[in-house]
Design a protein around this ligand. Structure first.
Ligand SMILES: [Fe+2]
Ligand SMILES: [Fe+2]
Length: 446
């Protein structure tokens, strides 16, 4: 990791030197630098919440605006120097240094793209190309540098981290790029008074207050997530053998739901439901739940009651969990009607429960139990296929196989656990909300 950071230092110095060689107009005024620097320090402390659960730091917008406003060698300095985050156990010096370097490099490369593309002097709609190019370069540099850092610290394949976390974020970057362009042009052509800074400030203040609305929404969601975390941890504390079982079931379920064509909102609810699908087990005595040998039929009946117990436990908050209760209740139903608790068959089992059922079976087989050793991913996949049409919805098993063949991060349990507890914080990346716990952006990371 330190070698990586050291090579970033060299890359940044080299890039900076290269940028000073680009032709540029007058040197920037100190007042402009201080103004944008102060905005950066302010913005490094807050982030804009976007719809679709992403958040993006204001810094990105300011970095891009500085790319438009200043000679190419300025943005990397602004990005690397003007940020403030207190050093503490969540932000140790090497993380802080890494983030300064990656921001400096992203802003520098973006400035390079801007200046090269602007030199083409494109007119009409094509005049947007330099901005789009600069945003894309910033995005690619920012994400690549962070993803590689996670790869180094967790050993998880780069492609997997990319696919799980960030592949869809480029749209957010491109959507925000026009704001940067607007800020830059507002600064050079003042709308209020004769100093462009006023217009920028008015806009930033509006942006700042608009975020309160989103903040409330996010806080509400956070407290809901925290409630689910508490429930899941209560279960994990009881049965450490199946650590992160619910998280992996959730990750698999979300992917399967996506393959089935369910929309983002439904997938989020399925993620909640999958995380608490076994919550009824907190009511099962330890000596039965953790029994290292095969259960007697009486004990098995007790275990089976975790489905109905789960619904009982969630009853006081049924209003909030209403839509995911079927997952808790029906995730052990079988396609052929020989499951429990009601013996429903086929389409009479709610779709979400059928999805979680397959995810649950795959995770349990590959994790092993105190009385049976874990199966290889290939073996578990084979068993799902063998039982398609008997235990599992055959259509869903087909879809499952399609995703499984793409080698998702949850396929191998060890890889999933490693990525879930990777020590490199992702806080500087626009991150998925915690409800999408399928991702590497776990709570250990944020
Ligand atoms: Fe279960
Ligand atoms: Fe389970």
């Amino acid at each position: 990791m330190l070698v990586y950071i050291f090579s970033l230092v060299i890359a940044l110095v080299g890039l900076f030197y290269g940028l000073t060689l680009l032709p540029h107009e007058n040197a920037p005024r100190v007042i402009d630098l201080l103004f944008w620097g102060s905005l950066l320090i302010w913005s490094s402390r807050i982030s804009i919440q976007l719809p679709f659960f992403a958040s993006i730091s204001h810094s990105f917008v300011i970095h891009l605006a500085s790319v438009v406003l200043f000679p190419a060698w300025i943005p990397p300095i602004l990005a690397a120097v003007f940020r403030y985050k207190k050093l503490d156990e969540f932000n140790p010096w090497y993380k802080d240094l890494f983030n300064r370097l990656q921001f400096g490099l992203s802003a520098g490369l973006s400035a390079l793209a801007w200046h090269l593309l602007s030199a083409l002097s494109l007119g009409g709609i094509a005049s947007l190309i330099p901005m789009i190019g600069a945003s894309l370069v910033y995005f690619i540099a920012n994400v690549s540098l962070v993803v590689y850092a996670i790869h180094l610290s967790s050993n998880v394949a780069i492609r997997k981290i990319w696919a799980t976390n960030v592949s869809w974020l480029s749209a957010s970057y491109l959507l925000l790029a026009p704001i940067a362009l607007f800020l830059a042009s507002a600064y050079t052509k003042p709308l209020v008074g004769d100093w462009g800074g006023f217009t920028v400030l008015v806009f930033m203040v509006l942006l700042y207050f608009s975020r309160f609305y989103w903040d409330e929404k996010v806080k509400l969601e956070d407290s809901f997530n925290a409630t689910i975390d508490t429930l899941v941890q209560a279960l994990d504390a009881k049965d450490t053998f199946t650590r992160l079982h619910s998280e992996r079931v959730s990750a698999i379920s979300v992917d399967l739901a996506k393959a089935k064509g369910l929309d983002e909102a439904d997938r989020r609810k399925i993620a909640y439901g999958a995380r608490i699908h076994d919550i009824g087990k907190v009511g099962i005595p330890d000596d039965v739940l953790l029994k290292p040998v095969r259960l007697t039929s009486q004990e098995f009946e007790l275990i089976k009651s975790h489905t109905t117990r789960g619904v009982e436990i969630l009853k006081p908050a049924a209003r909030y969990f209403k839509e995911v209760l079927p997952i808790v209740l029906y995730h052990h139903e079988r396609w052929d009607g020989r499951g429990y608790p009601e013996g429903r068959a086929g389409d009479a089992i709610p779709l979400w429960a059928r999805i979680v059922c397959i995810a649950d079976a795959y995770e349990a087989m590959t994790a092993g139990r105190s009385y049976s050793s874990p199966k290889s991913p290939e073996r578990a996949m084979q068993e799902l296929e063998d039982l398609a049409g008997d235990q599992f919805d055959p259509e869903l098993v087909k879809l499952f196989k399609e995703i499984w063949l793409q080698d998702p991060i949850w396929k191998d349990r060890e890889v999933f656990l490693r990525s879930y507890t990777s020590p490199v914080p992702l806080s500087e990346l626009p991150s998925l909300s915690r409800s999408e716990s399928a991702s590497v952006t776990s709570k250990e990371l944020s």
